[in-house]
Design a protein around this ligand. Structure first.
Ligand code: G3I
Length: 371
């Protein structure tokens, strides 16, 4: 039976961590320890990334490249708080290949260099999606054969460019509708359902070592969408298609915490797949208040605990970490405050809850990527 200690209330003062976890005693800001001379106190890294390493769990964030360039506080927190980075936008097709066959790797390479400097891993996001495609592709009049060649080349070129630099790729993003039918995208229309196996094979050809993920939203729980995905990846595995993981995005609202995420992640784990929480954020109707912030902490914590409970749930990534830079207000009118720090980089209850979960969860356990 796995050991797992359910985290206490997420809003516990962080200094409490110094008492509950011996590894954290002596940390800056911790209460003085009797008999411990100041000269012997070691600075201890209490960041999310460092706490995640105790479980072999990557703790990541999506990175907004403009904020990284222009905001020193943002840059400092990206560098110090996380062990894994995902490009929020700059590895998408419209950015990487704005003209057919002409690549612009500038911003993506900048992120890779930043991650190297700070000894962080990179999740590649995203090779095949129906959004943020360049106009030359969506407006072009290509035959099925041409579309197939274009897609294969984009995958080959991109995966090769980042070979050895990206640990895992979101190969295919959001290919299902809520009812479990395949989404009617440009790719399905032009190439038929066989494109799904093909894109994983092409990515594998370009880098046989990189881990290849399917990624989607509203697949945290057992539901028609996640069940359709489950059936698909089971077939893909049976056919020997190189797929290694399933990413559950984790875009949530404060009024609903997943109820069957442990069971859901477990069934993918039993298929021999890694899992990951890839884009966690928890939005609320504005203005924020204490109750909503506590509910938000609970939803974040529910997702992290499900991941911690699941062997081979390899990383937990938040989709941005400060309310100062968030996609949410631009997409959901009247909603916001979805991140774990506020717009002034102050910790919200959700941040404390994640740290508490990471500090209290039992271990050691087998978490890293399979084979
Ligand atoms: O690049 C233009 C820029 O030139 C222009 O000045 C600016 C003005 O609004 O828009 C810029 O494009 C924006 C782009 O992000 C880059 O910042 C788009 O308007 C904006 O719609 C786009 O939103 C992104 C969204 O994906 C697009 O679908 C969000 O930042 C990004 O967080 C979001 O991320 C997705 C994941 O990739 C997949 N899962 C869902 C998640 C949230 O929607």
């Amino acid at each position: 039976m796995r050991r797992f200690i359910v985290a206490a209330a997420g809003s516990l003062a962080l200094s409490t961590l110094a008492f509950v976890s011996p590894g954290l005693a002596g940390a800056p800001g911790a209460p003085a320890q009797p008999g411990l001379g100041a000269e012997r106190a070691q600075p201890i890294d209490r960041s999310l990334g460092a706490l995640g390493k105790r479980h072999d769990l990557g703790v990541g964030t999506a990175v907004d490249m403009s904020a990284l360039a222009d905001d020193p506080t943002y840059r400092q927190r990206v560098a110090s708080e996380f062990s894994s980075l995902t490009a929020e936008n700059v590895m998408k097709w419209e950015t990487l290949e704005p003209q057919r066959g002409v690549y612009d790797w500038t911003e993506a390479d900048r992120l890779v260099a930043f991650a190297r400097e700070n000894r962080q891993r990179i999740r590649g996001h995203v090779l095949v999606w129906h959004n943020q495609l360049p106009a030359w592709l969506t407006e072009g009049d290509f035959s099925s054969g041409e579309m197939r060649g274009i897609l294969r080349k984009h995958i080959h070129d991109t995966v090769r460019h980042f070979r050895g630099k990206v640990a895992e790729w979101d190969v295919l993003n959001e290919a299902f509708e809520e009812d479990g039918t395949l989404r009617d995208t440009i790719w399905l229309q032009k190439l038929g359902p066989g494109y799904i196996a093909d894109v994983f094979r092409w990515a594998h050809e370009a880098d046989p070592r990189v881990k290849l993920y399917y990624n989607d939203y509203n697949i945290e729980d057992v539901n028609p969408k996640s069940t359709a995905l489950y059936k698909l990846v089971k077939e893909l595995k049976a056919e020997g298609v190189p797929i290694h993981g399933v990413g559950v995005q984790g875009h949530q609202t404060v009024n609903y915490a997943p109820t069957s995420m442990v069971q859901n992640l477990a069934r993918f784990n039993r298929l021999g797949l890694d899992t990951a929480v890839t884009e966690a954020d928890v939005r609320m109707v504005m203005p924020a208040d204490d109750i909503k912030l506590q509910a938000q902490a609970n939803v974040y914590s529910t997702m992290l605990q499900a991941c911690l409970y699941t062997p081979h749930c390899t990383s937990f990534t938040v989709w941005g970490f400060t309310d100062k830079y968030s996609w949410v207000p631009g997409w959901f009118e009247g909603e916001g405050a979805a991140n774990i720090l506020d717009e002034n980089f102050r910790a919200k209850p959700a941040y404390d809850a994640l740290r508490m979960d990471l500090a209290l969860a039992g271990g050691p356990r087998h978490r890293g990527h399979r084979g």
